[in-house]
Ligand binder design. Structure first.
Ligand code: DX5
Ligand code: ZN
Length: 227
């Protein structure tokens, strides 16, 4: 029923990269579909990473599009500036937004794809009626805040229900998963219906990030089985 077939994408997270050499680290993942940029403010999550000035520089030098994941409080106030910076996609946490529909519309109006993220224990059901407002749903597969955590299998039923709702309503919404994605776990997430995979340690922790991306993509495509 869904119109355009969804592509299987591998978006490495620079959270696991060397922050002193970000431009060089971007060049190591030139075969990725996008680079996942984790913005944390020490309020919404208990970790602090980078903000808009650094993201703007990444946008200027990156060989691949930027996919921002904003783990920040008061996101209605701060997210639009990331879209104004020209990022391909901007994802906000629904738990941090007072007006997610308004925010998603603002992001799209400013030229970015609108993504909405759910923590592992946040149910998807209250948001199913607003799927048409989104380009991407990010289902966190670890508690947000840190790289290198283990994949939470308890999130798989939520991915399945979200994919069924997307297919049932005929909207074109990608499902991104983030946290603990490895060559072992990617198949389970893809079988459940995810098609965009964030991987930090499973890409940057390898001697050849490009090879790691190819291996993950092959496994993801096989298990997603819809394209
Ligand atoms: C966690 C971040 C993730 C993180 C994933 O809060 O949102 O993007 O970098 O790292 P891995 O793939 O190592 O779990
Ligand atoms: Zn992330």
């Amino acid at each position: 029923m869904s119109a355009t077939p969804l592509k299987c994408c591998i978006n490495p997270s620079i959270l696991s990269a060397d922050f002193v050499n970000l431009e060089a680290e971007l060049a190591r993942i030139a075969n990725a579909d996008a680079v996942h940029v984790d913005v944390m403010d020490n309020h919404f999550v208990s970790n602090l990473t980078i903000g808009l000035p650094v993201v703007e520089r990444l946008q200027a030098v990156s060989p691949v599009p930027l996919d921002a994941h904003l783990m920040i409080a008061e996101v209605d106030r701060w997210a639009p500036a990331y879209a104004d910076a020209g990022l391909a996609s901007v994802t906000f946490h629904v738990e941090a937004s007072n007006a997610p529909i308004k925010l998603a519309r603002e992001l799209r109006a400013r030229g970015a794809k609108a993504g909405m993220a759910l923590r592992p224990a946040t149910p998807v059901e209250p948001y199913l009626d607003m799927l048409s407002e989104l380009d991407m749903l990010l289902i966190m597969t670890v508690e947000p805040g840190f790289g290198g955590q283990s994949f939470l299998d308890v999130t798989l039923p939520k991915i399945r229900r979200a994919r069924a709702a997307i297919e049932g309503s005929g909207v074109n919404v990608a499902i991104q998963v983030d946290g603990g994605i490895t060559e072992e776990t990617i198949s389970r997430a893809a079988e459940a219906g995810a098609n965009v995979f964030v991987a930090g340690s499973a890409v940057y922790g390898k001697a050849s990030p490009e090879e790691a991306i190819e291996n993950l993509r092959a496994k993801g495509q096989l298990a997603f089985g819809r394209n």
